[in-house]
Ligand binder design. Structure first.
Ligand SMILES: Nc1ncnc2c1ncn2[C@@H]1O[C@H](COP(=O)(O)OP(=O)(O)OP(=O)(O)O)[C@@H](O)[C@H]1O
Ligand SMILES: [Mg+2]
Length: 331
């Protein structure tokens, strides 16, 4: 799982000329060296560095993206914007930003991390400073967790040493061994420095389905009571969410002190998506593919998905997840 982390901006020249034959390279290197001497910042523009040219928060961009691209998630939109803005505009945060996103499959958890990354890092998810860990992919054998734990700690440390504004996304957090979660706990705390490294400017985002059922139940209760989805507030879900995450023995948070030590700054609930949101996702996908928007096709694709409860068909069981392949089938 673990590759070597990249140096901040050093070694750029060597990397740039490596594939070229030595004779040409020597000549080029001399020219380049003279050029760089005259314009010392020039490489910052060509090679991603841990610098404001490549890492700077775009509040307006994130707000516009959340408002126009993320459907049906008014609570998540509000929390994410507030949390990321507060953190990124603070030059002296006391701890890293730790967000925990919860919800059914296909409700937009990974999608939100992409929108955040795109509005902080010029390279978005492709940035060398954005790291995604997936429990079942990177840590497949529960019994190897001690080895994984030390690799993971080294990796996080190496990357934050390289760039303090690093972002770590832990996917399938509910399938992660609690011992492994315990391993990252020190990084999330209020330490000035750990082993000479400060983690205070890093962002950690945990994604999981844990708590998804209680969120869906609350959304259903609101619907049954004839209340608007937009009237659901964070306080209607917060306690329920942390209880169901904490008490679920399948959840990776279980028995780790992430929750009782208050290391998670924000629990972000993702609501289950309704028919109309699925239609919005399909139309967005049509636009992304530069197809002619056909509402009839969108309706057909949306109707073919499975909804819960069976009789009322309110919430899409897989959110917007399978629509891409379904759309291929209909067009
Ligand atoms: N709320 C949403 N608004 C707009 N698009 C969405 C939303 N939810 C999902 N999508 C679309 O569906 C795709 C799949 O969603 P995503 O990968 O974010 O799901 P997830 O919540 O991470 O699910 P899982 O729990 O299965 O990992 C996204 O790439 C996006 O195109
Ligand atoms: Mg996901």
């Amino acid at each position: 799982m673990i590759q070597k982390w990249r140096s901040q901006c050093s070694g750029v020249l060597a990397e740039a000329i490596e594939p070229i034959s030595t004779t040409i390279a020597v000549g080029m290197a001399a020219t380049l060296t003279a050029f760089i001497a005259s314009y010392p910042n020039i490489f910052y523009y060509f090679h991603e560095c841990c610098r404001p040219e490549w890492i700077s928060f775009n509040y307006t961009g994130l707000k516009a993206d959340l408002d126009s691209k993320l459907f049906g998630q008014h609570i998540a939109t509000r929390i994410i914007l507030k949390a990321v803005n507060g953190f990124m505009t603070n030059n002296n945060p006391k701890k890293p930003l730790v967000l925990s996103l919860h919800g059914w499959t296909g409700t937009g958890k990974n999608y939100i991390t992409k929108l955040i990354a795109e509005n902080i890092y010029a390279e978005g998810m492709k940035s060398n400073f954005v790291h995604v860990f997936t429990a079942t992919l990177h840590f497949p054998h529960q019994s190897h967790y001690i080895q994984y734990k030390s690799q993971l700690q080294q990796w996080v440390k190496g990357n934050v040493t390289n760039c303090e504004r690093s972002m770590f996304i832990f996917d399938e957090m509910d399938k992660m061994h609690p011992g492994l979660i315990d391993g990252i706990k020190p990084f999330l705390d209020y330490y000035e420095k750990l082993d000479g490294v400060s983690y205070r400017k890093a962002i950690f985002i945990f994604l999981s389905n844990a708590g998804g059922d209680s969120i869906a139940q609350t959304a259903l209760d609101f619907w049954k009571a004839g209340q608007q989805r937009e009237d659901i507030e964070l306080k209607d879900l917060e306690t329920l969410l942390s209880l169901s995450v904490f008490n679920n023995n399948k959840s990776g948070f279980y028995r780790t002190s992430l929750i009782d030590k208050n290391l998670v700054d924000f629990f972000v609930p993702l609501l289950p998506l309704e028919y109309k949101h699925v239609v919005q996702c399909i139309i967005a996908e049509m636009k992304a593919r530069e197809m002619k928007v056909d509402e009839k096709v969108a309706d057909q694709v949306a109707k073919d998905l499975i909804y819960f409860p069976k009789s009322e068909r309110i919430f899409s069981i897989k959110g917007c997840k399978t629509i891409e392949s379904k759309l291929d089938y209909y067009v």
